[in-house]
Design a protein. Structure first.
Ligand SMILES: Nc1ncnc2c1ncn2[C@@H]1O[C@H](COP(=O)(O)OP(=O)(O)OP(=O)(O)O)[C@@H](O)[C@H]1O
Ligand SMILES: [Mg+2]
Lengths: 320, 274
């Protein structure tokens, strides 16, 4: 029976009916590998929960909304760190996305291949710089520069807006966001460039043939067509920003509070863990730090899920 | 001896070939991609409100020639054209009013490229860029879809994504999209090569309809198609010594197919018709 179906398909479609199945051993192997990823995630979370148990039972949900972090009285709450993590990443994306897309659009243009290829490679190399090096550079170069040319002017002119008020400082939420923005820019740009380049040429040509300017073509057709891919690139970048530890720790000021202004020092989940794990003793303190790790995973997952839902709902339609 | 063909050219025009004024006056047009020459010394006139077919073997420069008429070659780095192509008294090779030119000279590509938006927004795209009023635009959307013989099929789902249409419908949508800014000329580059025979016939009917109001230039590989729909035919061939495309013969379609003046034209059309 199967044979006859295959034969009749053969007559219609030609050779592909004889496409060989992969060998069993290969399939078992790939199945194992593909299950390893979700399994290890579950395993990691399970171990973290086990380690964080004393803190989880003691603080319950209050851990998420508590604002105090006191190793002396053993009172721990994660909210300021959650705030720092989410806000630095959000500001970083807000800065990096427009810049990254603009550069990607230019790099994806046909013509002047040599220059563009060189620029492209340069940008990809930026992604290879270790984050601790970014941190050092940020500490010595970026932070002083940003203080002088961004923070001071902004607080002077726009200081009446609460979260932009002074006093400005070298170590701040804003400086950390700036470093993050620079760190995620290369990946964001490189992936967006490839996605934009993959937009069918016919789409671009049809738009131009309708009398659209270059700008209109990019804005109304190319970017919407590349939207899904750019969104994917953004998600990658957000993931990196949320989890970035060293570079942020070096410039954020490490103060455990929800700052009133983005120019004040703050803290992130990853930075707290990195800074305090070595000296955490006793039962509750290390458990609270491990729970911060759990919260970080939770934040990352939430951001990803929300992003996915956003994509789904936005996929339905675009208009000009 | 060539078999006379039963139905060549549009019936109503067979009696009055060549009676139309010229829309494009192409004069010693040469074209270069960087250092390679793709077209050499092309001279002919494309008549107004007629269908002109461009035929010839692959690589002879048909697409290149077509893309001169709306300056699409500007998108290709290092491409340049010499000579002159006059449209309504203005040389389009030197014009700076590119957007106006492309509004006047629409183009339909081999593969339909509906924009990633609704059917309505696809047709309204160019009018919106021009900043026309929205009441006027919805009128235009309906008119254009009607002219493209698509209205009846999509009137109840204008807000559906354009990509949900079939290939033939997409091609008519793209035609509607280009009609929306009221062009004078429609350039078509193998518009039916990705379509099945039924969809192809629909597009051909549509072209004949549109030729009452528009000048149509169509590149086609299908000689029967050229014979069926066009009023004039240009036959191009690649010069084997220099590898650039040349215009071998341009004539009313019936003449070109029945009494080709050039032996190469005869060889080409008989070779294909067997
Ligand atoms: N963008 C380009 N850059 C360089 N050379 C090109 C480019 N486009 C076309 N050519 C060359 O110009 C010549 C004519 O190409 P063209 O596409 O006009 O042929 P065509 O007659 O349309 O062929 P087909 O029937 O296969 O579509 C070919 O030799 C081709 O290699
Ligand atoms: Mg072609």
């Amino acid at each position: 029976m199967r044979r006859s179906v295959a034969a009749s398909v053969d007559k219609v479609a030609g050779p592909p009916a004889a496409f060989p199945k992969p060998p069993d051993r290969y399939r078992t192997f790939t199945a194992l590998v593909s299950w390893a990823a979700p399994a290890s995630l579950i395993l990691i979370v399970a171990v973290l929960i086990l380690q964080a148990r004393p803190a989880i039972t003691r603080f319950g949900l209050n851990f998420l909304i508590g604002t105090e972090w006191n190793p002396v009285t053993l009172n721990f709450g994660a909210l300021p760190a959650i705030f720092g993590t989410v806000v630095t990443s959000a500001i970083a994306i807000a800065i990096a996305l427009p810049v990254g897309i603009a550069v990607a659009v230019v790099l994806a243009e046909p013509g002047a291949r040599g220059i563009r290829a060189a620029m492209g490679i340069g940008i990809e190399l930026l992604a290879a710089i270790p984050s601790v090096v970014y941190g050092i550079w940020a500490l010595y170069v970026l932070a002083p520069w940003a203080l002088l040319h961004l923070e001071i002017p902004i607080t002077e002119h726009l200081g009446f807006i609460g979260f932009l008020s002074g006093p400005p400082g070298q170590s701040s939420l804003f400086t950390a966001s700036l470093v993050l923005a620079i760190m995620i820019l290369p990946t964001l740009t490189a992936v967006s460039r490839d996605v934009i380049r993959a937009v069918p040429r016919g789409l671009r040509e049809s738009t131009v043939a309708l009398g659209a300017t270059w700008w209109e073509t990019v804005w109304h057709v190319i970017l919407p067509a590349a939207r899904a891919g750019i969104f994917g690139a953004t998600i990658l970048a957000v993931g990196r920003a949320l989890a970035e530890t060293i570079a942020v720790t070096m410039v954020i000021g490490n103060r455990f509070e929800i700052p009133h202004s983005i120019f004040s020092p703050a803290y992130t989940l990853a930075s707290v863990i990195a800074n305090e794990f070595n000296e955490a003793t006793g039962d509750i303190y290390p458990a609270a730090l491990v729970e911060l790790g759990l919260v970080l995973i939770l934040v990352t997952l939430t951001v990803n899920v929300v992003a996915l839902l956003l994509v789904r709902s936005a996929q339905a339609r675009v208009t000009i | 001896m060539i078999q006379p063909m039963a139905h060549i050219g549009r019936p109503e025009l067979r009696t009055m070939p060549g009676a139309a004024p010229a829309k494009f006056q192409v004069d010693s047009l040469s074209f270069f991609y960087g250092k390679t020459q793709a077209l050499k010394d092309i001279t002919f006139q494309i008549p107004e409100k007629r269908i002109t077919a461009i035929i010839g073997p692959s690589g002879c420069g048909k697409t290149t020639l077509l893309r001169v008429f709306n300056r699409m070659y500007d998108l290709v780095p290092d491409a340049r054209a010499k000579g002159s192509v006059v449209l309504d008294g203005e040389d389009i090779l030197t014009t700076t009013k590119l957007l106006l030119l492309r509004q006047k000279v629409g183009m339909v590509f081999q593969r339909p490229s509906p924009f990633p938006m609704s059917i309505r927004d696809n047709v309204a795209f160019a009018p919106r860029l021009l900043g026309w009023k929205s009441t006027k635009i919805s009128e235009i959307v309906q008119q254009s879809l009607e002219r493209a013989a698509l209205w009846d099929e999509v009137s109840d789902r204008l807000d559906a994504p354009a990509t949900s249409l079939s290939g033939g419908q997409q091609q008519r949508l793209v035609i509607a999209r280009c009609l929306a800014v009221s062009p004078d000329v429609i350039l078509m580059d193998e518009p039916c090569s990705a379509l099945d025979p039924v969809a192809t016939l629909k597009i051909e009917d549509l072209m004949v309809q549109l030729a009452h109001d528009y000048t149509i230039v169509i590149v086609t590989h299908n000689m029967q198609q050229a014979a069926r729909v066009s009023d004039f035919t240009a036959f191009m061939l690649m010069n084997t010594d220099h590898r650039y495309g040349e215009l071998i013969e341009f004539a009313p379609t019936a003449d070109l197919f029945n009494q080709p003046q050039d032996s190469r034209t005869e060889a080409y059309i008989t070779g294909r018709f067997g």
